[in-house]
Design a protein around this ligand. Structure first.
Ligand SMILES: [Zn+2]
Length: 488
C-alpha cells in the first residue's frame, strides 16, 4: 500500500504523524479498529484517507455540533464537496433535500441522536457503508467523563447497517473505557492502537494566583510576554468576551473571543482570522479549537479549570501540533473547583424536571419542555432512560422517577470525583507529567527538558522577542472565507 502518495496528494503532508499509518492500514486490512491517539495527531485524517481507498460511503458519528461543522468545512476547504452533516439544526426542507440525495455524499456526518430518527435510519440503511467511524468514542462509556447515553445505541445501528468496518477514535480512554467501546459496538476482536497521552513538546505549568484580580494581571503579563499565537480558555462565555475586550484595551490588539453562543458565520470568521495569523490571541470556551488545524499554537492558558483531566488534555492538545516547544498554563486560585462543581451539578435534570417530564410522557399530554426549561443535555438524559425502561412501563411514574434520580446521582457523583482527581493533580506534589500519565495507567517517563514547573520549567523559555501585537490589514483570509461559505 503506498499510502504516502495519497497522503501527499490529498492532504499535502509528506509524513504520517504518530499512529496514523498503523490505524489506516488496520482499517484497510478489514479490521475493526480502536485508536487512541493523543489530541493533535490528526485523527480525522485516518478515516478520510482510509475512506478514499474504500468502496462505499463513510458514516461518521460525532458528538458535538460545532465539531461536526468544523470538520465538514475543513474537508470542503481541502476540496471535498461530497461531505455533509446531518444534525437537528438543519431546516426541515433542506434536510429532506439532503436525504433525497444522500447517496451523492461520500462522507456523511451525523449526530448520535439523529441516527435513530426513523426517516434518517431508513435512508442510511439503504446505503452501503464501507466504514463506520465513531469520533470521540469514549462517549460510549459510563466510565468516561463525557458519557452520552445516545452512544449506547450505536451497536444496534451497526447491525442495521450490515456490519461495516468500525473505526472508534478517541484521545483519552482508560482500559475500562476501551472495553466498554468493544462491548457496546460488539467488536470483540477489534485491533487496538493505544498511544501515550503525553505530548512531550508541551510544557506543563500550574500558576497559583491570589484572587480574580491577580489572575487577570498574571494573564495579561503572560499573554504580553509569551510567544504567540495562543488560546485562553474560559468556562464562561461572558468572561471570555469581557477579558478579550480588556486585553485589547491593554494593547493586545490581535485578540478576539469565541464561544458557542455566537452565530456560525461569526465563528468561522474568527477561526479563519486565527488560522491566517490575523488574530493571535483567542479568548474562548471549550467550543473553540476542536476542528481547527492550526499547527503553530504556542500556548494554551486556562483561566478556569475544566471539569476533568480529559477535557484539560484535549484543550492543551491544541498547542504545538508542529512539534515545537509550546506551553500549557493553568491559572489556579483557591476554590476554583467551585465553578466546575457547579457546572456538573446543573448539567443533569433536577428531581422536579425528571418527575414532571415523565408524567407528561406517561399521560401523553404532549410536549411541555418550554415550561420545564430543559437544556438539550437534560432532555436527552431523560429521553434516553425513558426509552431504556420502555418495556417496564407498567411501573408508576414515581418509581420510574426515583430510578432516574438514582442514575443521575450516580453520574453527578462520578463527575465530582473526576473534578477531585483533577484538583489533586493541580495542587499535588511531584512531576506533573508523570502524575498525568499515571492517571492513564501509563508507565513513568524519563526526565526530560521543558517538562513542567515541578521539574524547573520557567516562562522565560517561552518569551517572545518581537512585538506581534499590532494589527495589520490584509484580505487573504477573507478570500479563504468566501471559499468555505460557498454552497456545495
Ligand atoms: Zn515534570
Amino acid at each position: 500500500m503506498n499510502l504516502l502518495i495519497d497522503l501527499k496528494e490529498r492532504f499535502g503532508f509528506s509524513t504520517f504523524r504518530i499512529g496514523q499509518r498503523d490505524v489506516i492500514e488496520s482499517v484497510l486490512n478489514g479490521n475493526d479498529t480502536i485508536a487512541m491517539l493523543p489530541t493533535g495527531t490528526g485523527k480525522s485524517l485516518c478515516y478520510q484517507l482510509a475512506g478514499y481507498r474504500m468502496d462505499g460511503h463513510v458514516l461518521i458519528v460525532s458528538p458535538l455540533l460545532s465539531l461536526m461543522q468544523d470538520q465538514v468545512e475543513q474537508m470542503k476547504v481541502m476540496g471535498e464537496k461530497r461531505v455533509i452533516a446531518l444534525n437537528s439544526f438543519l431546516p426541515f426542507k433542506e434536510r429532506k433535500k439532503i436525504l433525497r440525495n444522500l447517496s451523492l455524499y461520500k462522507f456523511i456526518f451525523v449526530s448520535p441522536e439523529m441516527v435513530m430518527n426513523p426517516n434518517i435510519l431508513e435512508k442510511l440503511t439503504s446505503l452501503k457503508f464501507c466504514l463506520f467511524v465513531i469520533d470521540e468514542a469514549h462517549c460510549i462509556s459510563q466510565w468516561g467523563p463525557d458519557f452520552r447515553p445516545d452512544y449506547m445505541k450505536l451497536g444496534i445501528l451497526r447491525n442495521k447497517l450490515n456490519h461495516p468496518i468500525v473505526l472508534a477514535l478517541t484521545a483519552t480512554a482508560t482500559e475500562d473505557v476501551r472495553s466498554d467501546i468493544k462491548k457496546t459496538l460488539n467488536i470483540h476482536s477489534a485491533k487496538e492502537y493505544v498511544y501515550s497521552i503525553d505530548r512531550p513538546n508541551i510544557g506543563l505549568m500550574v500558576k497559583p494566583v491570589q484572587n480574580h484580580e491577580d489572575k487577570l494581571q498574571k494573564l495579561l503579563e503572560m499573554v504580553k510576554m509569551l510567544k504567540k499565537p495562543g488560546i485562553v480558555y474560559f468556562s464562561s462565555k461572558r468572561l471570555a468576551e469581557e477579558v478579550s475586550e480588556w486585553l485589547k484595551e491593554q494593547g493586545l490588539l490581535k485578540t478576539a473571543y469565541y464561544h458557542g453562543g455566537m452565530d456560525q458565520e461569526q465563528r468561522i470568521l474568527i477561526q479563519q482570522q486565527f488560522l491566517y495569523d490575523k488574530l493571535n490571541v483567542i479568548c474562548a470556551t471549550s467550543a473553540f479549537g476542536m476542528g481547527i488545524n492550526k499547527e503553530n499554537v504556542r500556548f494554551v492558558i486556562h483561566f478556569h479549570m475544566p471539569t476533568s483531566i480529559e477535557s484539560y488534555l484535549q484543550e492543551i492538545g491544541r498547542a504545538g501540533r508542529d512539534g515545537l516547544m509550546s506551553l500549557a498554563v493553568l491559572l489556579y486560585c483557591n476554590s476554583d473547583e467551585q465553578l466546575p462543581l457547579q457546572i456538573v451539578e446543573n448539567e443533569l435534570p433536577t428531581d422536579i424536571q425528571i418527575g414532571e417530564y415523565l408524567k407528561i410522557k406517561m399521560n401523553v399530554k404532549g410536549q411541555m419542555n418550554d415550561q420545564l426549561e430543559l437544556t438539550d443535555i437534560q432532555e436527552r438524559f431523560i429521553n434516553y432512560y425513558w426509552n431504556f425502561f420502555k418495556n417496564r412501563r407498567t411501573e408508576d411514574s414515581s418509581s420510574l422517577t426515583q430510578k432516574l434520580i438514582n442514575i443521575r446521582d450516580g453520574r453527578t457523583q462520578y463527575k465530582k470525583d473526576k473534578i477531585a482527581e483533577f484538583l489533586m493533580w493541580i495542587t499535588g506534589q511531584g512531576c506533573k507529567r508523570n502524575r498525568l500519565v499515571s492517571i492513564f495507567e501509563e508507565n513513568e517517563l524519563e526526565t526530560r527538558p521543558n517538562c513542567c514547573d515541578w521539574c524547573g520549567l520557567t516562562f522565560e523559555q517561552y518569551e517572545s522577542k518581537e512585538d506581534t501585537n499590532l494589527y495589520e490589514e490584509d484580505t487573504s483570509w477573507q478570500e479563504q472565507l468566501k471559499k468555505i461559505l460557498l454552497p456545495v
